[in-house]
Design a protein around this ligand. Structure first.
Ligand SMILES: Cc1cc2nc3c(=O)[nH]c(=O)nc-3n(C[C@H](O)[C@H](O)[C@H](O)COP(=O)(O)OP(=O)(O)OC[C@H]3O[C@@H](n4cnc5c(N)ncnc54)[C@H](O)[C@@H]3O)c2cc1C
Length: 261
């Protein structure tokens, strides 16, 4: 943020964030806002990081702690990164979403990362994919990387019919768009859709990222019912209804510990 004074977290084990410059912002669909960043701060940024994640530093919280939010690299070009922000609606607006709506060309933002992408695994006969609009950037990157002969179903929850995107994907992967005007309000939606898929014989891979409660329902299906494990399963909660990102991280850690116990 232009002129923002930021107290940096301990960077002894991580590279210092870069100052990236806002190049433009545009509304991709009614509920998806794209901000393109780049500039000299991108020098030395590793190539081929689309699908990986960034940490956006959005100032301080009033107690001297940095406000940090996690976002996916939707596209990477030589000198630019696109970041797509799911807009939450009127009553659940956070600092990252607000920033995406107001970012002006020329202003700067501190950005950490990249963190590793979570691609679909190779050599599976069928892919079961699920996500909401926060995972749409990662799903779009992953579908575009699949081989032409890949088969599967991707259930994607969006807020409006007009949020559906024309995704680059193999013909054998069917996209099932599910409209939910209140994100976080229907935790069964994605899992129920995948449950209705007639699965072929063979090696199945699952990939899901979405709201916390929705993730738990998908985990019950993909891991517990279908028995997917190891490299055949990636599942992650990207946010939790009613919690800001820091509190979501705590809920996520507690959930992981409970699963491991
Ligand atoms: C690895 C990873 C990659 C991610 N990539 C993306 C991405 O590319 N695009 C993207 O949009 N999000 C992405 N997310 C999710 C994003 O980090 C969270 O949605 C984050 O909480 C948004 O920050 P905020 O400042 O807008 O809201 P916060 O301050 O964190 O939360 C404010 C309020 O908004 C609610 N809220 C948060 N997210 C949503 C939502 N999507 N819909 C409705 N209510 C919400 C919270 O529950 C809370 O009540 C990613 C998360 C992870 C872990």
């Amino acid at each position: 943020m232009r002129g923002a004074r930021i107290k940096w977290p301990d960077m002894s084990t991580r590279p210092a964030p870069r100052e990236l410059t806002v190049i433009r912002r545009e509304r991709v669909t009614p509920s998806l806002q794209r901000v393109t960043v780049g500039g000299a701060g991108l020098d030395g940024f590793p190539s081929e990081q689309q699908g990986g994640y960034l940490k956006l530093f959005l100032g301080e919280d009033g107690k001297g702690r940095p406000i940090v939010r996690t976002y996916t690299i939707r596209h990477q070009r030589a000198d630019e990164l696109d970041i797509d922000f799911a807009l939450h609606g009127d009553d659940a607006v956070g600092p990252a979403t607000q920033w995406s709506l107001r970012a002006e060309p020329g202003e700067t933002i501190a950005v950490g990362g990249p963190g590793a992408a979570k691609p679909l695994p190779n050599a599976h006969d069928f892919y079961l994919i699920a996500g909401d609009m926060t995972a749409l950037p990662a799903i779009a990157v992953n579908l575009a990387a699949l081989p032409e002969n890949a088969r599967g179903v991707a259930a994607i929850e969006v807020q409006n019919e007009a949020d559906r995107l024309d995704l680059d994907k193999p013909d054998g992967v069917e996209i099932r768009w599910l409209v939910n005007r209140e994100p976080g309000s229907q935790p069964d939606l994605l899992a129920d859709e995948l449950r209705s898929v007639a699965l072929p014989q063979g090696n199945i891979a699952g990939w899901a990222a979405c709201e916390f409660s929705s993730m738990r329902n998908l985990r019950a299906l993909l891991r517990d019912d279908l028995g997917l494990r190891g490299p055949s399963l990636y599942i992650s909660s990207y946010w939790k209804a009613g919690l800001v990102e820091d509190d979501h991280k705590i809920a996520k850690r507690e959930d992981a510990e409970a699963q491991a116990a």
